[in-house]
Design a protein. Sequence first.
Length: 151
Amino acid sequence: MTISFLQLGCSIKKIEPISVVEVCKIAIDATFSFDKALNDGDTLFLEFPKDLNLSNNDRDSLLNYFMDKYKLKISISSLDYLTKKENLSPDHPNLKNFLIGISKIQYKNRKTFIVESFKYKGMLAAINIETVFEYKEGRWICNGSRITSES
């Protein structure tokens, strides 16, 4: 799957697509780099919105990329599943490991989109991140990431 746009002007120019796998890699890497105290555990769980329609090859590519990069066990899961599995409560507020997920991709215009992501360690240990992608000089670039909320 790729994310693509058309550039309108005197003539229609195609803006080169960026693969959803590349978007996920950049956004999750950016999220991983914030608040490293939340990176506690030997397993990183990843969550992706269903509307990304990741293929099995896409998922495998992402799992292998993050295993090689971070030297952690990597698994795809959901926040709902993990909170139920580990019985999170005020007495047990944190996961044994941590979860990074992509919440949504918001298109601003044909040359800009924002990926909203999060890192979750527990009920009182979570952050939300916004990563901006822009199309400049014939290619997509990450134009920065920032924390939008934290607990």
